[in-house]
Design a protein around this ligand. Structure first.
Ligand code: PLP
Length: 389
């Protein structure tokens, strides 16, 4: 499929455009510098040095040691490995209780569900209506047998930012390991593993201008990570498999760029986001999902009473706007999203959601076009005209 017309891309929580500097940095490793980082010859050493450099850059951005960085295939794998590693420690010390929240990504929820089948006890924290957990909720649920608390830094559907530093502090005081899925947050809001007392953190490059299929699991140096793959000794045996050198290099450059430009991006995005939010909330039946302020700089998520996510997305797409809904399309039917249900939305209302996620290249004119398109589409839907051929 070719992009024959200019689209306005408002789906940056799904994935972001590759940063041109990241692409430039990757090109030599896709072309001539294609050596295997494990090879002892010069081509191998060039690849190996590029990985070392990338590891140092990422460690600087997160404020940790390069030895605490493990490269993975992305957020899903990092979440799996973090949770399974903590569970292994819990198993060895007869501490088999895990605390998480109802609106985590499935990479967390499904891993925890699997552990529940293996005999772990899981506490699923309820989500307050504003989409922001209270640290006390965690404190109240910690038991002597708790081996892990895993709470995301920012939610992928609502964009709401969680008080991870406070939660991590409670965990540290109680000697409980704290993992955060920071896939939506890294590169967009300040994340500092040392200052925030985070023990393990997952990130994914394609959410901040890096390539797809590459991510990081940060784990504090004294945490013994369990490899979830069998194979060679890459990544100190914690993650076997030939390293994806171009992707690792691209991820480091993209993260460095995102961190350097973060404040400027926030200053650009927050006024645009608020104008978009205000305009959409003035439409009939519009309800904001999550707190107005405590959310990612470019993130808007609303439901429309009497609306319809599927129709809205189709109509927006016809008008050249890429957006998404908090719903997964399964076998042709829209399943209400677990995040919106966790927030207390009814299944019917959850199926009317619209998620618009902006980036540094979103312009004020794009916002005007999105507002017009959403307004027109909602009118069509409410008049039932979207059912006509
Ligand atoms: N966690 C969150 C919060 C996400 O938004 C995503 C992707 O959308 C993931 C994990 C999975 O990341 P990846 O696509 O790199 O596997």
């Amino acid at each position: 499929m070719s992009l024959t017309r200019m689209m306005i891309y408002a789906d940056n929580a799904a994935t972001t455009a590759l940063n041109p500097k990241a692409l430039d940095a990757m090109m030599p490793f896709l072309k001539h510098a294609f050596g295997n980082a494990s090879s002892t010859h010069e081509m191998g050493q060039i690849a190996s040095q590029a990985i070392t450099q990338a590891r140092m850059t990422i460690a600087r951005c997160l404020d940790c040691s390069p030895h605490e960085i493990t490269f993975t295939s992305g957020g899903t794998e990092s979440d799996n490995q973090a949770i399974l590693s903590a569970a292994q420690i819990g198993h060895n010390t007869s501490k088999k209780h895990i605390i998480t929240s109802a609106f985590e990504h499935h990479a967390v929820l499904n891993t925890v569900k699997k552990l529940e089948k293996d005999g772990f006890e899981v506490t699923l924290l309820d989500i307050p209506h504003d989409g922001v957990l209270r640290p006390e909720q965690v404190a109240e649920c910690i038991r002597p047998t708790t081996c892990l608390v895993t709470i995301m830094t920012a939610n992928n559907e609502t964009g709401t930012i969680q008080p991870v530093a406070e939660i991590a502090h409670i965990c540290r005081q109680n000697r409980v390991m704290f993992h955060t899925d920071a896939v939506q947050a890294v590169g967009h809001i300040p994340v500092d593993v040392r200052a925030q007392q985070i023990d393990m953190l997952s990130l994914s490059a394609h959410k901040f201008g890096g390539p797809k299929g590459i991510g990081v699991l940060y784990a504090r140096k004294d945490i013994p990570l369990v490899s979830i793959l069998e194979g060679g000794s890459q990544e100190r045996g914690k993650r076997p498999g030939t390293e994806n050198v171009p992707a690792i290099v691209g991820m480091a450059v993209a993260l460095d760029e995102a961190c350097k430009n973060r404040e400027a991006a926030q200053n650009h995005l927050i006024p645009l986001r608020n104008r978009l939010t205000d305009a959409i909330l003035s439409l009939p039946g519009a309800i904001l999902n999550g707190d107005y302020d405590k959310r990612l700089p470019g993130h808007v998520n609303v439901c429309f009473e009497g609306g319809n996510s599927e129709a809205m997305l189709l109509l927006l797409n016809q008008k050249g706007i890429c957006a998404s809904a908090g719903s997964a399309c399964t076998a042709g039917s829209m399943e209400p999203d677990h995040v919106l249900l966790a927030l207390g939305r009814s299944p019917e209302l959850a199926q009317t959601s619209l998620r618009l996620t902006l980036s540094e290249i979103t312009t004020p004119e794009d916002i005007d076009a999105i507002i017009q398109a959403v307004t027109d589409s909602l009118t069509i839907i409410k008049n039932g005209r979207h059912f006509q051929p």
